[in-house]
Design a protein around this ligand. Sequence first.
Ligand SMILES: [Zn+2]
Length: 284
Amino acid sequence: MAPDSVIRMSRYRLLPTPDQEVGLVEHCAHARFVWNLACEQQAHWRPGRASAPGYLQQARQLTEARAEFGWLRAGSVTVQQQALRDFAQAMRNFFGGTHRRPSWRRAGRQEGFRQVAVQPEHIQRLNRKVGRVWVPKVGWVRFRCSRDLIRVEDLDIRGMTRSARGTLEQPGRGVRQKAGLNRGILANAWGGLVARLEHKAPGRVEKIHPAYTSQTCSVCGHCTPDNRESQAVFRCGACGHQANADVNAARTIAAGRVVTARGALQPPGGAVNREPQSDTCLLG
Ligand SMILES: [Zn+2]
């Protein structure tokens, strides 16, 4: 494994010992082997031939392969069967037209294995910062509870561009065309940036609804329109915190001090206290 790679359990960073890291990487290798075998069987299927083996048949083949290969047998049968189930789901997604055909997994890329339906007693919180998860054959692996969230303002891009563009019947509706165009370009660039962030940091980007962020104190959370001394200056009526209004709003968003786009009230640090529901280990 590359020295700079990070092992994650879903959104949480795992903190394995060196021995455990070897075990996790082995799970990945087994899952990859099983996945690629299933891939190969699909690739050999041609119209007219009997259908490629489904999950049940592949599960029987896995049992035979484990009987034959000691290194496969040494691994976790749960991890290996899950890779087959994941492949079967990937094929269903492919036939359903929502996903591309599952492809060959290469070592060192898209590495991972899944443990689903983890029993509640197999995930424990040790303290505020660290928890641990039971991984078959590897044992208790610690993970960091904080999620290093990236919070972004959830701009209503469609709303913004719609108001600028208007409709065919009511073009622009009094919006100055150039200003509207510029806003549209900015909103599109923002949407593109957020989409790329979500791609690079899956599960870690949280969109924060911008309502009241400009009136909310980033230090104490006090929220009132009176906090805005002027368009540019923020001064909190409760704690006296003073800052540039945009900087204060950005800090409020970063602290997650507002209602999230999902509609749930988001107290500061709330995400950290959420119980981990994770099931995926990823390297990379
Ligand atoms: Zn304040």
